[in-house]
Design a protein around this ligand. Structure first.
Ligand SMILES: Nc1ncnc2c1ncn2[C@@H]1O[C@H](COP(=O)(O)OP(=O)(O)OP(=O)(O)O)[C@@H](O)[C@H]1O
Ligand SMILES: [Mg+2]
Length: 459
């Protein structure tokens, strides 16, 4: 898409030569001899992406023109051209919203450079707007991340607040709770959404490889280093570096990470030259880092550096009320992906999902739904389409050798969930139905990690 440009100058020779030059350079160029003609074109709805105007025009000046179009077009980038380098008119021009100014005589190359830069900046600004509007969804959610549970809403709120800052973010959560997804959302809401998002799983690689992966190396730095290589930290320059499983970093790596966190600098393996980068850091862990610090496994100074802003993603079993929303999302997605006309899930199958403990969290749920969509021959997922562990009458994780209390626990939990759903979390009513007193119910809810807000109306 060519940028549309309006050149305003009272000298016909200047107009013609600029038109020739700029058209040849790929700008869709129009001209106007004075401020009122220019204003009429801009405000008449014609597409104008960039404005170049002379300061000295007959009747109204270029500044008058800028002033009068600012109301209707506050973001139109404009370059003002002045005959004399007067401090005053330059300051005035910029305060009136000229994006840039040039002093005559103008060098073609200079004008082109400034115009291209403006156009690029405009493009980035537009892209940012688009990305941000994609992320703004109703209900204050973060796009793509399903969650209405109060704990999830609180996380979205904190993520929105911290994302545009430079603060390091530590995401805590069990495997499959959505840490990577949240890290991406933070990147998209940051001041660098079009920059790179680079993910490194610290735990997935052998110890000696991880340092070269992160920091890069020079040829010959170690056996097998056949060429120079840039690391992931450098690749994230201008964007976000997401370090997953930071809790497993070795002591040597922890020292290097501390330096990156402190002054954004490091050396490639085999090199003494210091590299500096501009990266936003998001880290994730499923370990209790505080305990690791106490046990001497994790550096205390590094912990304080990364624990600036901590977000805690709750396990799925603590937000059962999000299960129906997640199921609907995954069902729609996988039905479309696998080209199957599956639209619903039976109440019985949904109940099985609601009462499961979800050790694999959202990832496990997504796999279960995909499995069911693939197996389901009709429109509605039945319990029989779920994996075996959801089959009725085979309470998960019990064996013939289990003590009675363990064997009945899943059934007891399932019944509590049923009743609490029925009473919409009203404990008094639930206790009545169950024939127990409130404190017994309370203790059982605690034992099975059931929370009022998982059953309350509307949550
Ligand atoms: N709230 C959610 N809404 C929709 N999809 C989700 C949500 N949480 C997780 N998912 C999906 O579940 C899967 C696992 O999420 P993700 O990879 O972000 O988890 P993780 O915590 O990073 O896991 P790991 O600890 O294994 O790295 C992904 O496919 C993701 O799209
Ligand atoms: Mg992850």
């Amino acid at each position: 898409m060519n940028p549309h440009l309006l050149v305003v100058d009272d000298d016909p020779d200047v107009r013609r030569s600029l038109e020739l030059l700029l058209t040849a350079e790929g700008f869709d160029t129009k001209t106007a001899p004075d401020a009122s003609t220019a204003r009429a074109r801009i405000q008449g709805g014609e597409r104008i992406d960039l404005l170049v105007t002379d300061l000295n025009l007959p009747q109204e000046s270029g500044l008058d023109l800028l002033r009068s179009v600012r109301d209707s077009h506050p973001d139109l980038p404009a370059i003002l051209i002045t005959a004399h380098a007067s401090q005053d008119s330059a300051v005035m021009a910029l305060s009136l919203g000229a994006t840039d100014y040039l002093v005559k005589p103008i060098k073609d190359i200079e004008l082109l450079f400034r115009l291209r830069r403006l156009w690029r900046e405009q493009g980035l600004a537009r892209e940012n707007q688009e990305l941000k509007s994609q992320l703004r969804t109703e209900d204050g959610q973060l796009a793509g991340i399903v969650g209405r549970h109060p704990k999830m809403r609180a996380i979205f709120q904190s993520a929105r607040t911290v994302a545009p800052t430079r603060a390091t973010v530590l995401i805590h959560g069990e495997s499959g709770t959505g840490k990577t997804m949240l890290a991406r959302a933070i990147h998209l809401l940051s001041d660098r959404p079009t920059g790179p998002f680079v993910e490194v799983a610290c735990g997935a690689m052998p110890e000696d490889l991880i340092e070269s992966e992160l920091f890069g190396h020079l040829r010959g730095a170690f056996t097998g280093a056949l060429t120079d290589r840039r690391g992931k930290v450098e690749a994230a320059h201008g964007g976000t570096l997401f370090l997953d499983e930071v809790g497993v970093a070795s002591p040597a790596l922890q020292v290097k990470l501390l330096r990156v966190l402190q002054d954004r600098s490091f050396e490639r393996l085999g090199s003494t030259e210091t590299v500096r980068v501009d990266v936003r850091l998001v880290l994730a862990t499923n370990r209790d880092l505080e305990a690791d610090v106490k046990a001497g496994r994790f550096r205390e100074d590094l912990f304080y550096r990364i624990n600036v802003m901590a977000l805690e993603l709750p396990p799925l079993r603590e937000r059962a009320s999000d299960i129906p929303g997640l199921v609907a999302t995954f069902l729609a997605h996988h039905a479309e992906y696998h080209k199957k006309p599956v639209h619903h899930i039976s109440a019985d199958a949904e109940l099985a999902l609601l009462t499961h403990g979800w050790p694999g969290n959202v990832r496990e749920l997504e796999n279960v739904i995909e499995h069911a969509v693939v197996l389901c021959p009709g429109k509605t997922i039945q319990r029989a389409h779920l994996p075996k562990r959801f089959a009725e009458g085979t309470p998960a994780a019990t064996s013939l050798l289990a003590p009675l209390k363990d064997a009945i626990a899943p059934t007891e939990r399932a019944h509590l969930v049923n009743v609490l759903r029925f009473t919409k979390g009203n404990r008094g009513a639930a206790a009545d139905i169950l024939g127990v007193n409130r404190s017994t119910l309370f203790n059982k809810m605690r034992k099975y990690e059931l929370f009022d807000e998982d059953f309350g109306e509307g949550t």
